[in-house]
Design a protein around this ligand. Structure first.
Ligand code: NAD
Length: 367
């Protein structure tokens, strides 16, 4: 039996409530399909600060580096609003991304037919939507130096951020996008601002060259990122995979996400480079939402984003494509049956608890 090492980092707020539903699925898969998941647990965020005075301990970092995949819940909450900046809850997530060198962030925007009416767009615009945004996560303007505010001495200050991309960074992120497109509709749209940014000119050149050299079977188009934002709300179904830099990806993935309704539905994956020897990638899977302190502890959080993040883990870390398909189908079937947590329910509709939603998905998965 294959052994698959998972590190679970539930975190704060609703993180542990959502993770509990994934634990049920792991148990079922070990029992029914001999999946061989071995799980370890760790602390991240505010709970890690309370226990160790750090947003993640060195011991848990070691576990993360040794795991085949990390499942992350959410971090933060008002309790830790005034802790020192270096040990704030989010620092744990940033440390994981940095040390695991997770340069590719995958954010699917899928609109389940049963929820098409809860989007702010017309149902026919979003129903059946299935976009994957591939965002570069470790470079660009969020990290480029110089990054500072300088005093100009004349009563004025100057804020500086620097957008930097090297060829290898663009090659590797576009490679991820092309490879994922091959498993989908086979189309990539690259977005930058080559009309006003030198980094955009280079981005465009390198994506084009990478496509020509290795991925000519995939259809490649280019779009200016501002036009891309407009097209995402005009007719999102024109897109399959979108590849873009850190800054534009941050914004465009949030736009795409909200096409589909609630934050409680959105999964994500962050991947590193494949290991030269084993071919496996470091990877972290997490819902897009935060720790939702306003509803934490009430048992009403929607666990679907966390469960769908686990489905991405099955697909991308373990190549368990059939199981991932089955889990995503189970989520869809539960929604078709009208089962709703509060965040996705229309007014007057009866709602279920976090645990009931998890149980309903487990039952469909088993069936
Ligand atoms: P949030 O995502 O936690 O919540 C926003 C709103 O969406 C809230 O009303 C919440 O109740 C609702 N919501 C979110 N997830 C839900 C779910 N699964 N089911 C039902 N409703 C859900 O964002 P926020 O309120 O801006 O931030 C709260 C805390 O989370 C802050 O401390 C913030 O720093 C942190 N945060 C963490 C992450 C992360 O861990 N990756 C991401 C974003 C925010």
């Amino acid at each position: 039996m294959a052994s698959r090492k998972l590190l679970l980092l539930p975190g704060d707020g609703i993180g542990p409530e959502a993770m509990a539903e994934v634990r049920k699925l792991i148990a079922v898969m070990n029992e029914e399909t001999n999946a061989g998941f071995e799980t370890e647990e760790g602390l991240v965020g505010g709970c890690a600060y309370d226990a160790h005075g750090a947003s993640i301990s060195e011991g848990d970092m070691e576990k993360a580096m040794a795991a085949d995949a990390v499942l992350f819940g959410a971090v933060g909450g008002p309790k830790w609003d005034s802790v020192p900046y270096e040990v704030r809850p989010e620092a744990g997530l940033l440390r994981l991304r940095k040390d695991m060198q997770l340069f590719a962030n995958l954010r699917p925007a899928i609109c389940y037919p049963a929820l098409a009416h809860s989007s702010s767009l017309k149902p026919d615009v979003v129903e059946g939507l299935d976009i994957l945004i591939v965002r570069e996560l470790t470079g660009g303007v969020y990290f480029g130096e110089p990054k500072e505010i300088i005093d100009l001495g004349n009563g004025q200050k100057r804020g500086i951020d620097t957008q930097i991309y090297d060829t290898f960074e663009i090659e590797r992120i576009s490679g991820v996008a092309f490879e994922l497109a091959r498993t989908r509709r086979g189309e990539v749209c690259s977005m930058e601002k080559r009309n006003v940014m030198k980094s955009g000119v280079l981005w465009n050149e390198v994506v084009t060259a990478t496509h020509k050299a290795k991925y000519a079977d995939v259809k490649l188009t280019h779009m200016l990122a501002d036009a891309g934002g407009m097209q995402l709300v005009r007719w999102p179904k024109q897109f399959d995979v979108i590849v873009t830099d850190n800054l534009f990806g941050d914004m465009l993935s949030d736009v795409a996400a909200m096409l589909t309704g609630s934050l409680g539905m959105l999964p994500s994956a962050s991947l590193g480079a494949p290991d030269a020897r084993t071919g496996s990638r470091k990877a972290l899977y997490e819902p897009v939402h935060g720790s939702a302190p306003d509803i934490a502890g009430q048992g009403i959080a929607n666990p679907i984003a966390m469960i769908a993040s686990f489905a991405m883990c099955l697909r991308y870390s373990f190549n368990m494509v059939a199981e991932a398909d089955r889990l995503e189908a189970a989520i869809s079937a539960v929604l078709d049956d009208g089962i709703r947590t509060k965040d996705i329910a229309s007014e007057g509709v009866q709602t279920v608890s976090t645990s009931d939603m998890g149980d309903a998905i487990v039952a469909k998965f088993r069936a």
